[in-house]
Design a protein around this ligand. Structure first.
Ligand SMILES: Nc1ncnc2c1ncn2[C@@H]1O[C@H](COP(=O)(O)OP(=O)(O)OP(=O)(O)O)[C@@H](O)[C@H]1O
Length: 244
């Protein structure tokens, strides 16, 4: 890759899963590039491979073949990393927001963010670092409109509020890449629209490259490019992209 290369580049990525006696092709020779700060929507029918694409882009699954070039401190091929190195790259560079908020039920909103920041650090964290982490967590909770809810546990928050904490947590380590998988599917329409609006505003403001899987077409015009995945193959949705 040269310096003009994108943050993330998938080259001819294929991934299959076992399916009885045969295998199902979840990603079929997928290629795409995502520039720094670019927001890409990923649409397509159920079972077409969207979540699998995000899993590959965020090191959770290694594809059978192809390359997943990621430009962090140095350029690495996520498709070739061992588990340990993949975890390190993910923690340092990639934030994830999934359909369910999967917060730790006993922790308060601010603690959810702090735990993420301290993951991978030494067991004894210096007080100055702890303070800086807390300030950062407060600032992010404020950015997602939860400044007054920092002390509430996951169970004391509504679904929409939990998803806001989830977003703030995903941004805690200033990821170069954010992957977001159907963040509104567990919410009613109004709350879903508010979360989508928040995600798009926050990533744009922070210039965070984002891969956003969504069924909600009403926000596509706020993204930079719209992809469509059908049967594991990816193509640019020219009409939706032109309107973006
Ligand atoms: N862990 C797995 N084991 C076996 N098959 C899988 C696994 N994960 C996904 N698949 C299959 O791979 C294909 C793509 O699934 P994927 O979850 O990526 O689709 P999707 O587009 O995200 O669907 P949805 O919109 O319903 O979430 C599907 O046929 C699915 O059944």
């Amino acid at each position: 890759m040269t310096t003009t290369e994108p943050l993330l580049r998938l080259d001819d990525v294929t991934l299959t899963f076992p399916d009885g006696d045969s295998r199902i092709t979840a990603l079929d020779r997928v290629s795409l590039g995502l520039a720094r700060g670019e927001i890409a929507a990923v649409t397509g029918p159920s079972g077409s491979g969207k979540s699998t694409l995000l899993a590959v882009a965020s090191t959770l699954i290694r594809p059978d073949s192809g390359h997943v070039w990621f430009r962090g401190d140095r350029v690495v091929d996520l498709a070739r990393l061992g588990r340990r190195e993949a975890t390190r790259v993910r923690r340092e560079n990639i934030g994830m927001v999934f359909q369910q908020s999967n917060l730790l039920s006993s922790l308060t909103a601010i603690e959810q963010l702090e735990v993420t920041a301290h993951l991978g650090q030494r067991l004894v964290v210096p007080p100055a670092t702890r303070r800086a982490v807390r300030d950062k967590a407060r600032e992010l909770l404020e950015a997602v409109g939860l400044a007054d809810h920092a002390g509430k546990t996951a169970g004391q928050l509504s679904g929409g509020q939990r998803q806001r904490v989830n977003l703030a947590r995903a941004l805690m380590n200033d990821p170069r890449l954010l992957v977001v998988d159907e963040p509104t599917s567990a919410l009613d329409q109004e709350r879903g629209a508010a979360i989508m609006d928040l995600i798009l505003s926050v990533v744009r403001e922070r210039d965070t490259a984002t891969l956003l899987v969504t069924h909600d077409r009403s926000h596509l015009h706020r993204t930079d490019i719209v992809y469509r995945v059908v049967d594991g193959r990816i193509e640019i949705d020219e009409t939706a992209t032109a309107a973006a």
